[in-house]
Design a protein. Structure first.
Ligand code: PLP
Length: 222
């Protein structure tokens, strides 16, 4: 597995406005160090315990992004250092992140996870739930989080038309939310969508952050 060559290949295919989150979950520190030596600084993890171990042992200028489902009782462990939380799927979680960020004197950028896939199992707000949460307005009192955009995962399928349709729906929803709630806040600007098998489609649809794991680090051994 030539991690540096894989990384380079992915980076070369990204337009200038799209950032890469190298998803290193289930891969050892040595793999992350290889990508780090090639210049990669943004890494994505989805388990709090695993991330904590890596954070403690790897270089401190790594920007760690939490991309998995986050339980409210675990926010406190990552609040001191996490650079972005991608999959916020409830107001309760947002409020807890705000509370823990305040304790650490930080403002944590968060993305709202939107359920765009056909699969039942994926987390996230429906469009309607998200509108309702934003309309309620309580989030405006949370001064230690910053809603930096939206995140979504497409259905795991070979059907590119379906994947494209789902990414387009997230982009359209982003535009709606931007206009209605964040028109005057340029910090609301990220659309986190696209993984190893579908990131070129996500970029076509307007992704600004792609989360690519196996294409860089190889298959994960669970
Ligand atoms: C694991 C994971 C990825 C990366 O998946 P690959 O198919 O390995 O690129 C991206 N996003 C989320 C939310 C993940 O959990």
């Amino acid at each position: 597995m030539d991690i540096q060559a894989n990384l380079k290949e992915v980076l070369t295919s990204l337009p200038a406005q799209v950032k890469l989150v190298a998803v290193s979950k289930f891969h050892p520190n040595e793999s992350i160090e290889q990508a780090y030596r090639a210049g990669q600084r943004i890494f994505g993890e989805s388990k709090v315990q695993e991330l904590t171990g890596k954070y403690e042992t790897l270089p401190k200028d790594i920007e760690w992004h939490f991309i998995g489902h986050l339980q409210t009782n675990k926010v406190k462990y990552i609040a001191p250092y996490i650079a972005m939380i991608h999959a916020v799927d409830s107001y309760k979680l947002l409020a807890e992140i705000d509370k823990q960020a305040a304790k650490n004197g930080r403002v944590i950028p968060c993305l709202l996870e939107i359920h765009i896939a056909q699969e039942e199992s994926k987390y996230g707000f429906t469009f309607q739930e998200c509108r309702k949460m934003l309309e309620a307005g309580e989030w405006k009192n949370l001064t230690h989080i910053c809603i930096a955009g939206l995140m979504g995962m497409a259905t795991f399928t070979e059907d590119e038309t379906e994947i494209k349709r789902e990414f387009d729906s997230l982009k359209r929803f982003f535009n709606e939310i931007k206009q209605n709630y964040f028109a005057d806040r340029d910090t609301f600007r990220e659309i986190s969508m696209g993984m190893s098998h579908d990131y070129p489609l996500a970029i076509e649809a307007g992704s600004t952050l792609v989360r690519v794991g196996s294409k860089i680090f190889g298959e994960r051994i669970y």
